[in-house]
Design a protein around this ligand. Structure first.
Ligand SMILES: Cc1cc2nc3c(=O)[nH]c(=O)nc-3n(C[C@H](O)[C@H](O)[C@H](O)COP(=O)(O)O)c2cc1C
Length: 152
């Protein structure tokens, strides 16, 4: 079974000295070995990471990412998937992206911040509302970054 995972976290450690850029190739190598794909977007204050792959593999990876004290997780959502959205990206890194991409990511970050500000109960109740919108945005981003991808 495959699943996809999207989370928002606050950057607690990385500044602009290139430390993050040095971490990216290590992450890419590890994810390629695990057959995990996805992307990492940052505006320096926040990380927005999308991961997809085998459910058990992703659960183990998520456990590690959660424990990493270089960032603080604010919100996470997952869905089951039948096919990979970004099979060719072991971990695509976006920071200075195109205007459209930046706008899409900003919108997505705002949605997730909004969800993170809500109580657990209302998060559970609204899963099929708000989180569904979040996953729609993920598909929009896929279309922007890969114009050849087909609409579901
Ligand atoms: C924002 C952020 C994203 C990360 N993404 C990944 C990732 O996609 N894959 C990965 O293996 N490690 C990722 N890491 C690093 C992990 O948190 C952890 O340091 C790494 O898995 C090494 O764990 P280990 O040395 O205990 O095996 C990320 C770290 C940060 C801060």
């Amino acid at each position: 079974m495959m699943k996809s995972l999207l989370y928002l976290s606050r950057n607690l450690s990385f500044n602009r000295d290139g430390e993050l850029e040095r971490l990216i190739p290590q992450i890419q190598k590890r994810n390629a070995r695990l057959s995990v794909s996805g992307y990492l977007y940052t505006d320096q204050d926040y990380f927005l990471q999308y991961l997809e792959g085998d459910e058990a593999v992703l659960d183990r990876l998520w456990f590690k990412i959660c424990q990493d004290d270089r960032h603080e997780i604010m919100y996470m959502t997952t869905t089951d998937i039948d096919e990979l959205r970004f099979p060719d990206w072991s971990m695509k890194f976006f920071c200075n992206s195109t205007q459209v991409e930046v706008l899409l990511y900003k919108y997505l970050i705002e949605q997730m911040q909004f969800m993170a500000s809500k109580s657990l109960k209302s998060r559970v109740l609204s899963f099929f509302g708000q989180d569904l919108n979040i996953w729609k945005m993920v598909d929009h981003i896929r279309l922007v970054t890969n114009p050849f991808a087909q609409h579901a």
